[in-house]
Ligand binder design. Structure first.
Ligand code: ADP
Ligand code: MG
Length: 366
């Protein structure tokens, strides 16, 4: 998969700009706050119609504009496609591929990206939410049904949370509480099966990368952690559902008292071990960074296996955060697919990566 050309109209600080990408490495260089990350954000948007920085379309539309449009020529599944996304705050996005209207999950089938930004380097040390996001993003790209279950789950979760917060003022809300809890158990059961399966693949794919990367045979292990009553996350959705109902029932009272959802897949986590010890508690910063890189590169390899094509790799300001040995490792591993790397003008990354260099300045690219 690759993106050959993108035109940005009224998107962030790009008023009207077109850029051609090389099929392999593209270095996007320039001073701070000129639009480097905005350009990666636009490419990311083409893969799932969402931004990785904001939930609000109005932030994506240029200050002086009422709507934004992205137009791109991409190559995927052995043919060229023209993708157009129009963002009009307050209205639903309008997405077309080759002139035919599409939805967000159909975009994911066409174009996949793996994004790596400096926050991801803290993937292991951060709270569980960032690791769940890694799972959710990765699985949504290869399993459109997962994305549908996830948005159903999120809808139920938000609604149930509102009931738990407001029931004292409005006791009639309690009439529908159990229905929402049941819906969450059903949706959770589905999410858990997908997450368990994906974690198993990560646990096959990432350890060899980590072993090579760490140089001294460090053993990385990734384990999926979900609701405690689930006996087997690989079981049928029905079996998992019954296990989840047990947990739900025993927490019903506590949920009412604490005004929080305490039962469901929204608390899931990935447990990461290095040489058998919990990386979050015991690993050094260098080790957790290496593990984070290994996980991301594994995500890329899994996408290749799934789709037969490398996803586009987006590296936003991460190389400059790494020491030269880790930079070297990443650069040696990104061959085969298209990569977009942002960096500051004065770090010498473009010399080390080779490839096309694009300079970004004030929303203009040359
Ligand atoms: N909706 C918007 N309209 C116009 N400019 C924007 C918008 N959103 C962000 N910007 C501008 O984009 C710049 C930041 O771009 P960014 O790509 O994050 O920078 P960097 O080159 O450091 O990665 C800032 O100057 C900011 O004011
Ligand atoms: Mg940036």
């Amino acid at each position: 998969m690759r993106i050959d050309r993108i035109a940005l109209n009224g998107f962030r600080n790009y008023e009207w700009e077109t850029v051609r990408f090389a099929p392999d490495t593209n270095v996007i260089a320039g001073p701070n706050a000129q639009g480097k990350t905005n350009l990666l954000e636009a490419v990311y948007l083409l893969s799932c119609a969402r931004s990785f920085r904001t939930r609000f379309d109005r932030e994506l539309v240029g200050f002086a504009f009422s709507e934004a449009e992205l137009l791109a020529e991409i190559w995927s599944h052995e043919r060229a496609h023209t993708v157009k996304i129009r963002l009009h705050p307050g209205q639903t996005k309008r997405i077309t591929v080759n002139g035919v209207k599409k939805n967000a999950s159909e975009l994911s089938e066409l174009l996949n990206v793996v994004l790596f930004c400096p926050d991801d380097l803290n993937l292991i040390k951060e709270g569980a939410a960032v690791r769940r996001r890694l799972l959710d993003n990765a699985i949504s790209q290869i399993r459109p049904r997962y994305a549908a279950y996830l948005s159903e789950f999120n809808r139920l979760y938000e609604h149930k949370t509102r009931i738990l917060k407001d029931w004292r003022e409005k006791p009639s809300l309690l009439e529908t509480l159990d229905e929402f809890s049941d819906g969450m158990c059903r949706a959770s059961a589905q999410l858990i099966r997908y997450r368990a399966a994906y974690t198993a693949r990560l646990n096959e794919t990432a350890p060899p990368i980590h072993r090579e990367f760490s140089g001294d045979g460090e053993e990385l292990t990734i384990r999926y952690k979900t609701v405690s009553t689930v006996r087997d996350p690989f079981a049928s959705a029905k079996e998992i559902y019954y296990d989840l109902c047990d947990h739900q029932e025993s927490h019903r009272r506590a949920e009412l008292e604490s005004a929080q959802c305490l039962s469901g897949a929204h608390k899931d986590d990935l447990e990461i071990f290095i040489n058998g010890r919990a990386a979050r508690s015991y690993a050094s910063q260098g080790q957790t960074r290496t593990a984070a890189l290994s996980l991301k590169l594994a995500e890329r390899d899994i996408l290749l296996t799934e789709t037969g094509e490398y996803p586009i790799l987006l590296l936003d300001d991460v190389l400059s955060e790494l020491d030269s040995r880790r930079q070297e490792f990443v650069l040696n591993r990104i061959g085969g697919g298209q990569t977009l790397i942002t960096c500051c003008e004065d770090d010498a990354i473009s010399e080390r990566t080779g490839g096309q260099v694009l300079f970004v300045n004030g929303g203009h690219i040359r």
